[in-house]
Write a protein that binds this ligand. Sequence first.
Ligand SMILES: Cc1cc2nc3c(=O)[nH]c(=O)nc-3n(C[C@H](O)[C@H](O)[C@H](O)COP(=O)(O)O)c2cc1C
Length: 354
Amino acid sequence: MSSSAFSRLLGLRLPVVQAPMAGVATPELAAAVSNAGALGSLGIGASDVEAAEAMIARTATLTDKPFNVNVFAHEEQALDPAAEAAWLARLAPQFERFGIAAPRALRPLYPSFQGHEPLLAMLCATRPAVVSFHFGCPAPQAVRRLKEAGIVLMASATSLDEALKLEAAGMDALVAQGFEAGGHRGTFDGADADADLPLDSLLARIVGAVRVPVVAAGGLMDGADIARVLAAGAAAAQLGTAFVGCPESAAGAFYRARLSRAVPGETRMTRAISGRRARGLVTPLIEALHPFEEQAPAYPYPYDAARQLAAAAAGKGDHSLSAMWAGAQAHRARALPAADLVARLAAELAAASP
Ligand SMILES: Cc1cc2nc3c(=O)[nH]c(=O)nc-3n(C[C@H](O)[C@H](O)[C@H](O)COP(=O)(O)O)c2cc1C
């Protein structure tokens, strides 16, 4: 599908999606992006149903344009008690630095969309224009109910196999997530199938092999980057890190400052923080834990302790331990109000288009 067909489907003036970013994307950010002619997104993967519903309701009061609501659709994995104990022991010295004891157990912070009836019912009732999935492929029954509610469905793919599975499951569009992307990698088809493909190679594999529109994500920061992926057959570009510095985002002051000072090569892909691979600015916690990433328990258990540690440190004025997810092109981020950034991207895209 051409970028104009995708934009028509969603009523966009610009074939750009502001990436859903759990904990960072706010109703104010999503609405400002949608009002400016691109597609704003909320990431509710870390929210309970009530908080998610409130975010959707607030966004709907700020824009009458379409917006996207993103959920995590991972297969829940059991926690191995031995891996849990070893991980907590490894973290104990980190907690001691802040004068507190490490937790005695890890909790699964983020319930999956899979089989989560209250979450599905809430989405069918609130009917955002788009629902997107990360970390998995929704079950046929959920796809059917969301489509009956008139919702356009998208999902992240990091390989051709995943893209084909998602298309067969009825997704209306795919998000091809390259290895450069900030935040968690959406891989779900088994870690072994992850070839770590950079965006341009992944796009070349997926575009042409599927009939649905493909949205390109990973390391896209300006209009020339967007022009490049459109020329390679993408229907739109999804940008995450580019929007983190917007005043409408929920990013804290320390994260913004780190982003504004970022230099090339400053991000790392690691599973040491959450149990799933994610790319972010290197923090002292990533430095300490990355060498042991293979020993981290299954997602999302390690995230519980990492977040408790970051909160304890932040309570003592040290914000350096919080996760600051960011893509490989983070050093090119511009801290602009969302509407100005969208206008800038549109002008740059026009200038770069043949
Ligand atoms: C801070 C942050 C949080 C993210 N959270 C989510 C999320 O909740 N759901 C999701 O599908 N993708 C999430 N992503 C990944 C984005 O969808 C997208 O793949 C990525 O931002 C693209 O790379 P870029 O950051 O270089 O633009 C997140 C990315 C960042 C930077």
